[in-house]
Design a binder for this molecule. Structure first.
Ligand code: 5GP
Length: 122
């Protein structure tokens, strides 16, 4: 599947669609999920055109990958779920590809927490 430059998250990166920004870095954007499944539900996305985890891990630069993970941590700290900030931790979820029911065709990681989220994977 080819990357669609008009997918909703690409449009958020370009500022064409608003989002509730949590934090931003050189290569990464973190914003609130429009349909939160927990008290804290943040989406972290690379600014570059990566379809899914596979595309990101294979093609992103080391700088982009490091930036992405640091921004996940920054988002967890800013929303108070990071244990270092007195929170109780968080779950990271990536749906990559059709079998995982990925809805938006731009790589993203969900940061979910603020309450116990259960022991199932999804
Ligand atoms: P997926 O199933 O692809 O892993 O999850 C996509 C997520 O994107 C869903 O949790 C959905 O609520 C969220 N989402 C879809 N459209 C928008 C939008 O326009 N803005 C924001 N902030 N989140 C969105």
């Amino acid at each position: 599947m080819a990357y669609d430059t008009n997918n909703i998250f690409a449009r958020i990166v370009r500022g064409e669609i608003p989002c509730k920004k949590v934090c931003e870095s050189a290569h990464t954007l973190a914003f609130e999920d429009i349909n939160p499944q927990a008290p804290v539900h943040v989406l972290v996305i690379p600014k570059g055109p990566y379809l899914n985890h596979e595309a990101f891990a294979a093609n992103a630069s080391d700088a982009e990958i490091a930036d992405f993970h640091r921004t996940i941590l920054e988002a967890a700290r800013k929303t108070g779920v990071a244990e270092g900030e007195g929170g109780n931790g968080y779950r990271l979820i990536t749906n990559s590809g059709p079998d995982a029911h990925q809805e938006v065709p731009h790589y993203h990681v969900h940061v979910v927490g603020g309450a116990p989220v259960g022991r199932m994977l999804s």
